[in-house]
Design a binder for this molecule. Structure first.
Ligand SMILES: C[S@@+](CC[C@H](N)C(=O)[O-])C[C@H]1O[C@@H](n2cnc3c(N)ncnc32)[C@H](O)[C@@H]1O
Length: 237
């Protein structure tokens, strides 16, 4: 398997990420409540958690009666997911960039991918693969860096160009260079619509009240400008 662009970084961060992401304000009080608000009923449904990380969403889904397949490119992240979910799901160590040929056509009711699709350069190919895996009418919900935020943060010269970006992450107790890709809003939306997805919701989340207690300054900043966005799309036919 080819290493994903962020594989080394996530292997290095896996222990700290797993220990902290349950309560880290940007996840717990910003990204997760927004993404979860977009999900259809999960009880009894088969759901793919693509880029599952330490399995926080996988566990949430399993606890609500879903049948969950979890994949991640980082072996260390995947082992945290297994531990957190007590091996109640099905797990694959896989790089989404290489397709997911071991999963059957039309075999999922829903696909959830949180803060992971930004590590795949060719989102058109990735979303085509997700479309193949979903049953007709199935949903695809994902969160990702808001392109306006990345454009501003990385001081990009070309808004339209899909390009590699990287910055140092220091929020997990060590300094790790995190590479990824920038995609414009149009690139992301086109990767959905050209693959037969209907975009149902584009959510630019605001932090919950709990975030305020953590950092008033960051709370106020996120109330004025988004860092992430969450999209819900549906397979039409
Ligand atoms: C920011 S973490 C998010 C983890 C989890 N979805 C969450 O929200 O807690 C991104 C995850 O995506 C995984 N990832 C990145 N690129 C990937 C790829 N090409 N294929 C599979 N997983 C990938 C990383 O290893 C990492 O675990």
């Amino acid at each position: 398997m080819k290493h994903s662009i962020s594989n080394d970084a996530y292997d290095e961060l896996a222990d700290a990420y797993s220990a902290q992401a349950d309560t880290k304000p940007h996840n717990a009080y910003y990204e997760r409540p927004a993404t979860m608000s977009l999900l259809d009923e999960v009880d009894g449904r088969k759901i793919l958690d693509a880029g599952c990380g330490p399995g926080i969403y996988s566990k949430w889904l399993l606890d609500r009666g879903a049948k969950v397949v979890s994949i991640d490119a980082s072996e260390k992240m995947l082992s945290h997911a297994r531990k957190r979910t007590e091996n109640q799901g099905v797990y694959y160590h896989a790089n989404m960039e290489e397709g997911l040929p071991f999963l059957d056509n039309s075999s999922f009711d829903g696909i959830l991918s949180t803060l992971a699709v930004g590590y795949v350069r060719d989102q058109k190919a990735l979303f085509a693969e997700f479309h193949r895996l979903l049953r007709k009418g199935g949903w695809f919900v994902f969160s990702t860096d808001h392109p306006f935020s990345s454009y501003r943060y990385f001081k990009l010269e070309n808004y339209f160009e899909t390009q590699e970006i990287s910055c140092y992450w220091t929020g997990f107790g060590k300094k790790v260079l995190m590479p990824g890709y920038y995609h414009s809003l149009g690139t992301i939306c086109e990767a959905l619509s050209k693959n037969g997805f209907l975009i149902e919701t584009v959510l630019e989340p605001k932090p919950t009240e709990d975030f305020r207690a953590f950092s008033l300054e960051k709370y106020e900043s996120l109330m004025k400008f988004p860092q992430f966005m969450c999209i819900k799309a549906r397979k039409l036919a």
